[in-house]
Design a protein around this ligand. Structure first.
Ligand SMILES: Nc1ncnc2c1ncn2[C@@H]1O[C@H](COP(=O)(O)OP(=O)(O)OP(=O)(O)O)[C@@H](O)[C@H]1O
Length: 218
């Protein structure tokens, strides 16, 4: 059984088909790069994966069960989505990184937060920084940290290095590679052709909402 399976999925809005009859199987441990022109439906595909939107037609199965039947809040603990435009809330970085613990009624684990900052080669002093004072690249990394405080089963990444310099892009790539090596399934939208081939075992090319190719490269 595939971990996540799309069969004949379409998504239509305002008489426009954004995803068209898409079928795709994602296996546990896959590292899938998603590429394709702007507006081809890549983000829409990720939104479908964690039930931020529902298919107009077709079925998505997670562990063999209809994704629409999972409680969306519970589902998003297992399938975590890191948005293209980092969405941070509250006043400080700490508010954002403590939120996943609150959601699970668990005490905040300072060691886990330290471990995350160490992985991203950032100082824990950033915890007290105000969101409005963060750079675009800092926001991107804090949003990514928040998505992985608790390791999800599937991590959905939407151009998460677009605001980062070369050095920080490499740091983030290594974090993501390590997560995949630890068994987390990754679906990663990237516009960078080199990045798309560096770590992935499969490359999905979509265009006008349809699968153009699914290439196994490892
Ligand atoms: N809920 C919606 N209602 C109407 N149009 C939508 C909706 N969601 C997406 N679209 C449109 O569908 C198309 C595909 O959008 P999507 O964000 O999935 O593309 P993308 O491949 O991720 O693009 P980019 O690479 O530029 O981020 C776009 O033209 C977008 O405006």
């Amino acid at each position: 059984m595939s971990l996540l399976e799309f069969s004949h999925v379409s998504f239509t809005r305002e008489n426009r088909t954004i995803v068209n009859d898409l079928s795709l199987s994602i296996e546990a441990g896959d590292f899938l790069s998603i590429v394709g022109p702007s507006g081809s439906g890549k983000s829409t595909l990720l939104r479908l994966c964690c039930h931020l939107i529902s298919p107009t037609e077709g079925t998505i199965r997670f562990h063999g069960q209809d994704l629409m039947r999972f409680n969306p809040m519970e589902l998003r603990k297992q399938i975590s989505y890191c948005f293209q435009m980092p969405y941070l809330f509250g006043d400080t970085v700490r508010n954002n990184l403590e939120y996943p613990f609150l959601l699970r009624n668990q005490p905040v684990d300072p060691d886990r937060l330290e471990e995350l900052f160490a992985a991203f080669q950032m100082s824990t002093n950033n915890l007290e920084k105000e969101i409005q004072n963060l750079s675009g690249g800092e926001k991107q990394r804090i949003a990514l940290m928040r998505s992985i405080v608790f390791r999800p089963e599937i991590l959905l990444l939407d151009e998460v290095t677009s605001a980062l310099d070369v050095a920080n892009t490499q740091i983030v790539e290594k974090v993501i590679e390590a997560l995949n090596q630890a068994g987390i399934t990754i679906l990663w939208i990237t516009h960078n052709p080199e990045q798309s081939r560096k770590y992935a075992n499969k490359i999905l090319t979509i265009d006008t909402g349809e699968v153009r190719s699914l290439e196994a490269i490892r």
